[in-house]
Design a protein around this ligand. Structure first.
Ligand code: LLP
Length: 437
């Protein structure tokens, strides 16, 4: 459920016409819905209400300050992966004592910062990391709160590049070794064993792998609670979203018959997991990124040219793989719709098999291939849907292209929450050595 829909043929974000935003702010432009962000958070939060829990949004999915503030206001904690993310969360008004710090490569500086800010727990991923955290905590005369990430060796059945819970992946410590690690960690004087964490992958569209992993890990969490007094178990993030027919709440059928994948809802997720988790009596943490932000954002782009080659109909747009990298990186699907629909657009005879491509000098710079789309021409705007998670955050300046602007909409209000990057900023930190003059 989200707040992008067609009204009288025009795409709206909440009560704001998306075309009016494109005209005012130019393109490429990310547009986010405050109501969708908040609703997604609340749905998950409510579904977990039978257990003591904390939803820790993953800023890696979308770390715009206004998005973080929206979630902090809703009561969210944060699942950070760098010192930079911690600073951003604090800058946005987030509470460090509701932050968990994940990642396999935490530097001494990052550990020091997190200890000074008083985070809730480090999700440690190796024994060398535990030794390092202990050392930094000793120097600061503190006790570091720790959860160890267990790798349950369960296949999440998602894209290979976002599978994290098998022994082929760099993440966590093998299930069989965990209890030994807790024994040794308990002897490190500057650590306080507070929890256990897992995360098996991202964009899971079925409950099965979550259940399988939870069934395997819950008895372990129970033993660790008895022996080491841990107080929380984090089941990670990974709840998938519908990328196909993302306009399900609007009049999507004009576009094509919805082929909706079996997507996890918070209710389905909680119905299976709460009965497994509740008997533990531990605080449950979840770390959703995509579920909260994915369908809360779209990327607007303008058609520059239509190039017909006899073989292909290339729709060349002003957004590119540097603005939204997911199709190039993971072959991922983003639904593409014109901002203004015309009568009959949904008819096959009015559609043309198209490749929507960006201006970057790589053949991987495409948003879709051979997809039936209504005919569009120079100057028309298109929206790439479900681009709120892993969209802007993965943008780069490749081909010396500035970062796009971002707008947040709430009801009838719309505000630029990130200005389009001024072009000179792209080389502002560079210099030419004197000896080249
Ligand atoms: N917790 C941990 C430890 C993670 O590594 C991740 C995501 C999350 C939580 C949040 O997962 P989510 O709820 O968003 O599935 N760039 C990729 C996704 C990378 C996910 C990385 N880790 C994409 O665009 O699909």
């Amino acid at each position: 459920m989200h707040d992008f829909s067609f009204k009288r043929g025009k795409l709206y974000c909440e009560n704001v016409s998306v075309a009016s935003l494109a005209k005012k702010h130019g393109s490429p432009l990310y547009v986010y819905s405050h109501t969708t962000l908040t609703r997604n958070f609340e749905q998950l939060d409510d579904a977990l209400s039978p257990v003591d829990h904390l939803v820790c949004y993953s800023p890696k999915a979308n770390s715009n300050l206004a998005v973080l503030r929206t979630l902090a206001n809703a009561g969210s904690g944060f699942d950070i992966v760098s010192g930079g993310e911690l600073r951003r969360v604090i800058a946005a008004g987030g509470d460090p004592s509701k932050c968990v710090f994940a990642g396999v490569g935490k530097s001494e500086e990052e550990i020091e910062l997190a200890l000074k800010k008083g985070i809730y727990a480090f999700n440690a991923e190796s024994e060398p990391e535990l030794i390092r955290i202990n050392k930094v905590a000793r120097l600061l005369k503190k006790k570091a709160p720790i959860a160890v990430r267990v790798n349950p060796n369960v296949d999440a059945k998602t894209h290979a590049k976002i599978t994290t819970g098998t022994y082929d992946n760099k993440f966590g410590i093998a299930f069989e070794e965990i209890e030994g690690v807790y024994e040794r960690t308990a002897k490190l004087k500057h650590l306080h064993l507070r929890g256990l964490q897992m995360h098996i992958g991202s964009q899971l569209t079925e409950i099965g792998p979550f259940e399988k992993a939870a069934n395997k890990i819950v008895p372990l969490a129970k033993r660790l609670a008895e022996k080491h007094g841990i107080e929380f178990f984090s089941i990670g993030g990974g709840v998938g979203i519908a990328y196909e027919s993302a306009l399900e709440s609007g009049d999507a059928k004009w576009w094509r018959s919805p082929k909706r994948k079996n997507v996890l809802t918070p209710a389905k997720y909680a119905a299976k997991l709460v009965p497994l988790l509740k008997p533990l009596g531990l605080r449950i943490l979840v770390e959703p990124g995509r579920f909260i932000a994915g369908n809360a954002g779209i990327l607007i782009t303008r058609v520059e040219y239509v190039k017909q080659t006899g073989v292909k109909n290339f729709v060349i747009v002003d957004a590119a793989m540097n603005d939204l990298a997911r199709p190039a990186l993971y072959d991922s699907f983003h639904e593409i719709v014109p901002l203004t629909r015309k009568a009959g657009d949904h008819r096959k005879k009015n559609q043309i098999s198209s490749d929507v491509v960006g201006p970057i000098c790589e053949s991987g710079d495409y948003f879709c291939k051979n997809r039936p789309l209504p005919k569009v021409g120079e100057g028309d705007y298109l929206a790439l849907l479900s681009a709120g998670a892993y969209g802007f955050v993965m943008a780069s300046n490749y081909n010396v292209r500035p970062f796009p602007a971002e707008v947040l909409v709430k009801g009838s209000q719309a505000e630029v929450v990130r200005k389009r990057q001024p072009i000179k900023q792209l080389w502002a930190s560079e210099s030419v050595p004197k000896w080249l003059e």
